[in-house]
Design a protein around this ligand. Structure first.
Ligand SMILES: Cc1cc2nc3c(=O)[nH]c(=O)nc-3n(C[C@H](O)[C@H](O)[C@H](O)COP(=O)(O)OP(=O)(O)OC[C@H]3O[C@@H](n4cnc5c(N)ncnc54)[C@H](O)[C@@H]3O)c2cc1C
Ligand code: SF4
Length: 507
C-alpha cells in the first residue's frame, strides 16, 4: 500500500509533518512545478527561479536520503500543470491508497485539497503545519472575545510559551518590547555590509533557462541572482546576518538609505516562508548568540519580535478571517495602481528607489514596503485588490497568508482597524527623517503646497479629509483631526486642489 506524500513549494522542510512516519521503501513523495501556481499572478522572475531551484535542490536531497521521488518539472511532457490533476495522475501511476499533505499556506489551495478525497476517491489527510509556533486554532482561541486584536499581547504569549528571552516568568531586561529603540534615522558614514551571496550551480542555471523561456514577460530582473537555494546555504545566510548585521538591526530597523536596499535586515523571509529555515530554530540561534556575545537587547528582541510576534500574528489573522478578509475595503479605495509601480518612472525619489530595488532584488525591507510604497497606496486611495496583487507578485517572500494581512490590514486599513490600531499614513517629513531620499528628489519635502511640494504632504491631509467620517473616532488619529479642524478654509482648499491635480496626473 503506497501513500502519496505531496510536498508544496513552500514546504521544503525535512521535518515537515507530511513526511513524518513515511515508509521509505513504499511511499512516494510528489513535488510538482505547475504553471497554475507560477502564473495565477505573474510572479517576479527571480521569485520563480528561487522557488524552482530550491524545490529541485530539496528533491535531490530527498533522493540522496533514499526516498522515492516523483518530481514533475514544468516542461515535462506529461505535466498537466495543476496540483489537483498532478495528484490524480500520481495516484493512478503509483496505485496510491492514501494522500498525505501538510496544511497549505493559502485558503484557495486548502479549499481545493478538501475536494480531492471525493474527487479522486482516495483518502486525503491534511496535517497541521507544525513549523509555526501557533496553530490557527490556538490563535482563534486567543482571539476569541477580543474586539480588537493587538500583536503585543499575542507576542507575549509566544515568549512565555516557548520560554524565549525570559527570566522565569518575567521578560529579560524587564521590558517586553524595545520598539522605541528601533527607530534611529540613518547617519552619514554608516557602513552597511554586503548581503550574503551564493554562486549559482548547474541546477539554478537550468532553472534560469526555463524562466527565460516561459516567464520572461513577468515583472523583475532574473539576474544577478545570489539567493540561497538549499537549507545549508540558508543557514549560511542566517549566520551571516548574525555575524554582520544583527548588532545594528535594532537601531536601524526603520532606516532607509539610497542605494542600500539590504540595510541591517536579515533577508531570511524568503527562506522561512518556503521552509528552508524554521522560525523557532532562527529565534533560538539568535537567543543563543545573544547570551554568548552579549549583543544589544534592542536588536535581539526586535528581531525575535518580528518572527514570533508579527509573523505568527499575521498568519493567525489570515486563517481566522479568510475568505472575507480578501473582500474588505473599509475606506472604499477605488483608484487603479499607477504604472510607476511597475517601471519606477516617477519623480518621487523615494518611490523610484523602492520600486527599482524591488524590481532588481524581489526584495524591499519592511519600512520601504510600509512607509513608502504602502503609505503611498494608502493616501492615494488605491484599491486593495490592485495593491494586494502587486505585493504578491513582486516579493520573493510573498505568499497570500503573509502578504494579504500586511497589505489589507497593515497598510491599507481595509479591515477597519482589526489588525492595526491606526492607519500608517504619513507626510514627507517621516520619509525625510528616516531616509536620505529627499535630498535627490525634484519635490521639496519642506514645501506643503504647489507644483514642487512633496506630494505626500498634501496627500496625507487629503486622505484624512476624504476619510473623516470613518477615521475621526479613532483615538490614535484624533489629534490630527484636531489640527485639521484648526486649518483655515483657504488652506484646506489648497490641499484638495493639489491632491486632485496630482491624483489626476496618475491616470
Ligand atoms: C505591505 C507589506 C507587505 C509585506 N509582505 C510580506 C510578504 O509577502 N511576505 C513576508 O514574509 N513578509 C511580508 N511583509 C513583512 C516584512 O516586510 C518582510 O517579512 C520583511 O521585509 C522580509 O525581509 P527580511 O527577511 O530582511 O526581514 P527582517 O526585517 O530581517 O525581519 C525578520 C523576519 O521577521 C518576519 N517579519 C517581520 N515583519 C513581518 C510582518 N509584518 N509580517 C510577517 N513577518 C514579518 C519575517 O519573517 C522576516 O524575515 C510585508 C510587510 C508589509 C508592510
Ligand atoms: S520629497 Fe517627498 S516624494 Fe520626494 S523623496 Fe522626499 S518624501 Fe519622497
Amino acid at each position: 500500500m503506497v501513500t502519496l506524500r505531496l510536498l508544496l513549494g513552500d514546504q521544503l522542510t525535512h521535518t515537515i509533518s507530511s513526511l513524518q512516519d513515511i515508509d521509505i521503501d513504499k511511499d512516494v513523495i510528489l513535488m510538482c512545478e505547475v504553471v497554475e501556481e507560477a502564473s495565477y499572478v505573474k510572479h517576479h522572475q527571480k521569485k520563480i527561479a528561487f522557488l524552482f531551484s530550491a524545490m529541485r535542490h530539496f528533491a535531490q536531497e530527498l533522493r540522496d536520503k533514499g526516498y522515492n521521488m516523483a518530481y514533475v518539472k514544468l516542461d515535462d511532457k506529461k505535466n498537466t500543470q495543476s496540483f489537483g490533476s498532478e495528484v490524480q495522475r500520481a495516484i493512478a501511476e503509483y496505485q496510491a491508497t492514501k494522500v498525505v499533505v501538510t496544511f497549505p499556506g493559502e485558503y484557495r489551495v486548502l479549499q481545493e485539497m478538501k475536494e480531492w478525497q471525493k474527487r479522486y476517491s482516495t483518502p486525503v489527510e491534511i496535517r497541521e503545519d507544525d513549523r509555526f509556533l501557533a496553530s490557527p486554532q490556538e490563535f482563534a482561541d486567543w482571539a476569541k472575545g477580543r474586539k480588537q486584536l493587538r500583536m503585543e499581547y499575542f507576542y507575549r504569549e509566544m515568549r512565555k510559551k516557548y520560554s524565549i528571552l525570559m527570566d522565569r516568568d518575567k521578560p529579560l531586561g524587564s521590558k517586553w518590547n524595545y520598539d522605541a529603540e528601533n527607530r534611529k534615522p540613518p547617519k552619514s558614514g554608516l557602513h552597511v555590509p554586503q548581503p550574503y551571496r551564493v554562486k549559482c550551480d548547474k541546477i539554478t542555471q537550468e532553472v534560469f533557462k526555463l524562466v527565460e523561456k516561459k516567464f520572461s514577460h513577468h515583472f523583475g530582473d532574473l539576474k544577478p541572482f545570489h539567493y540561497a537555494v538549499t537549507r545549508e546555504q540558508a543557514l549560511g545566510a542566517l549566520e551571516h546576518f548574525i555575524e554582520e548585521r544583527l548588532v545594528l538591526f535594532g537601531d536601524y530597523q526603520d532606516a532607509m538609505i539610497e542605494g542600500e536596499p539590504w540595510m541591517y535586515h536579515s533577508h531570511i523571509g524568503l527562506y522561512l516562508n518556503c521552509g528552508l529555515l524554521t522560525p523557532l530554530e532562527c529565534v533560538k540561534r539568535v537567543e543563543e548568540v545573544y547570551h554568548q556575545k552579549n549583543l544589544p537587547l534592542n536588536a535581539v528582541e526586535g528581531f525575535i519580535r518580528q518572527i514570533i510576534g508579527w509573523r505568527e500574528y499575521i498568519r493567525g489573522i489570515y486563517w481566522l478571517k479568510m475568505p472575507e478578509y480578501k473582500q474588505q475595503n473599509f475606506l472604499d479605495a477605488q483608484r487603479k495602481l499607477p504604472s510607476f509601480f511597475w517601471d519606477a518612472d516617477t519623480d518621487m525619489n523615494c518611490l523610484k528607489q523602492c520600486v527599482s530595488e524591488t524590481k532588481e532584488n524581489a526584495y524591499a525591507h519592511h519600512i520601504q514596503r510600509l512607509m513608502v510604497l504602502g503609505n503611498f497606496a494608502l493616501v492615494a486611495g488605491i484599491h486593495p485588490d490592485e495593491v494586494n496583487e502587486w505585493y504578491l507578485i513582486v516579493y520573493a517572500d510573498a505568499y497570500e497568508w503573509v502578504e494579504l494581512p500586511n497589505v489589507s490590514g497593515m497598510i491599507l486599513f481595509a479591515d477597519g482597524g482589526y489588525l492595526a490600531s491606526k492607519p500608517y499614513a504619513a507626510s514627507g517629513a517621516y520619509i525625510n527623517k528616516m531616509s536620505n531620499y529627499c535630498k535627490n528628489c525634484r519635490f521639496k519635502v519642506s514645501k506643503k503646497n504647489g507644483e514642487d511640494a512633496c506630494p505626500f504632504n498634501y496627500l496625507y491631509w487629503d486622505f484624512l479629509m476624504r476619510n473623516q467620517d470613518k477615521l475621526q473616532k479613532n483615538h490614535r488619529v484624533a489629534v490630527m483631526y484636531r489640527t485639521l479642524a484648526r486649518m483655515k478654509p483657504e488652506r484646506l482648499e489648497e490641499i484638495t486642489t493639489d491632491a486632485q491635480r496630482f491624483l489626476d496626473s496618475l491616470s
